[in-house]
Design a protein around this ligand. Structure first.
Ligand code: CUA
Length: 175
């Protein structure tokens, strides 16, 4: 079979481009922790309020006996609940999200965190905030007319301040 030299050149270029993209994805996954969520955990979106994990009084930041921090949030048109949370910097945080209605997304600028929140599934991501500050938590999947008003705020405080505040039991903060 005859392949024109010019055609060969373009085949090589296109394979190199594919190879480059695969390399970027692999390096991101290895060094920046950017991965697609692989956990498949189902939940009944219609009865979240009856669910033991995502009942209203369970939402927000929870620290277990070992000091492991889990943040539970519900996304619904057009807000994330709770609207405001406070977490420590430089500490691994496991976020668990569910949607009460339609498809939402969540993105926190300056972190590796971006995921879809698919109704019927629990979206879980573990991330760390490198430094204290005020971070927005934005919906990044078009979910209706109020989509661009859908956000929450995260106050990230220094690790030492957090450890001082952990002495008091009320960490799930709601505004
Ligand atoms: Cu929720 Cu867009």
């Amino acid at each position: 079979m005859h392949i024109d030299p010019l055609e060969k050149k373009w085949i090589a270029i296109s394979l190199a481009v594919v190879g480059l993209f695969v390399a970027i994805i692999t390096l991101d996954a290895l060094f920046h922790g950017i991965n697609p969520p692989s956990k498949v955990e189902t939940i009944d979106s219609a009865s979240l309020h009856l669910n033991t994990e995502f009942a209203e009084d369970k939402l927000g930041v929870q620290t277990d006996a070992q000091g492991v921090i889990t943040v539970r949030m519900v996304a619904g048109r057009y807000s994330f609940f709770p609207k405001h949370i406070t977490v420590p910097a430089e500490t691994p945080l496991t976020f668990r999200w569910v949607s009460m209605d339609v498809l939402h997304g969540v993105h926190i600028p300056m972190t590796n965190m971006s995921t879809m929140i698919v109704p019927g599934y629990v979206a879980e991501i573990t991330t760390t905030f490198p430094k204290p500050g005020e971070y927005p938590l934005l919906c990044n999947e078009y979910c209706g007319l109020g989509h661009n008003h859908m956000w929450s705020n995260i106050s990230v405080i220094a690790k030492e301040d957090w450890q001082a505040s952990v002495k008091s039991p009320a960490q799930g903060e709601q505004k």
